[in-house]
Ligand binder design. Sequence first.
Ligand SMILES: *Cc1c(COP(=O)(O)O)cnc(C)c1O
Length: 410
Amino acid sequence: MTSDPVPLPSLTADAVVDLERQYLLQNYSRYPLVLHRGKGCHVYDVNGARYLDFIAGIGVNALGHAHPRIVKVIREQAALLIHSSNLYYHQYQGPLAKKLAETSGLERTFFTNSGTEAMEGAMKMIRSHGNKSGTGKHEIISLDNSFHGRTLGALSITGQAKYRQDFEPLPPAVRFVPANNVEALETAFSDSTAGMVLELIQGEGGIYPISPEYQRKARELADRYNALLVFDEIQCGVGRPGTYFAYQRTKPVVMPDVIVAAKPLACGLPLGAIVANEKAAATIGPGMHGSTFGGSALACRVALEFFDILEGLLPSIQQVGGYLHVMLNELARKHSFVKEVRGFGLMIGVEMEIPGKQMVLDAMAEGLLINCTHDTVLRFLPPYIITERDVDTAVKVIGKIFAKQKGSPA
Ligand SMILES: *Cc1c(COP(=O)(O)O)cnc(C)c1O
């Protein structure tokens, strides 16, 4: 089989960086890496250097880069119909919503373009549910250290000051509670509670899993006070934990009323989803919500193809994710500055007593892409198609970097 020649980059790395410095809002502090293309678990920069991609577009590129089946359906669908708006039907929202219902155990879907937009919609469901159910029933309970997105609504339930402080005042009636503290949760719930939002493995917050007891208590209290329970599965869901969704790891399963999903859903095309049970879905009636771009034919068709592939990948996500966890734990035991290895499946964080930023740059120089969240947590969100050999390569790089730190055995 012959493959097409790879087109050369149109700009040098310096030219790209200069243009961005001049013309973009200066909100991102990017790593000094200008990417050109990707294939499988690797990306290549404009100079042709190759990197093993263990961050996958922050958990978005679930099938890595240029997966042949994804490329094929994008080509086909782009030539047929990219977007048609929600004025009309197309062939892919219905089947994809059916797939989401079958895999989640929930019933009805609304499609968005991003995680934040899905979270906004879920918050509208909570407020609408509260308004329909009683006077003054407005409050949303959320966790300290959580992250739910960057819009004003999503920020109002994001429990980290650094994201919020420049944008006050934010929408009111939000109450924050410490994660995994059952007593504090009991105290927080009241007849004013309209809903609770929970990310079962806090991603941005440093890969912190929420305990099964806490999940059960949240469900029990939401039922007692007639509040909607929303799970933010944007980062921890859609295959990454080795199950379709993170809540399915807990036995017996604690069912939410609503989940929001996004990141890996369409393998890099913008697509998010709110998936709700009938009770929560009934809070949004005709005309109450909408989106121009949400659920395009292109994005939905890609997501359907992805689900078709994902089913067969779940065992290997568990297997290779378990292997990554074990190998990182082995490294951790040799280095006293490593505090803990946390996470499930292919969502793993290594918490250290020292900052991780320079280690991320060192890893990049060694051909490995990871990132650092919460200053001291190295975060691994590789594509679902990685092998144990890829893990060996990555862990070797991390080992080499760890060995250079103070507090490591010589
Ligand atoms: C990324 C993320 C969001 C925001 O999603 P966007 O697609 O960036 O809008 C919300 N919640 C969680 C848990 C996330 O990881």
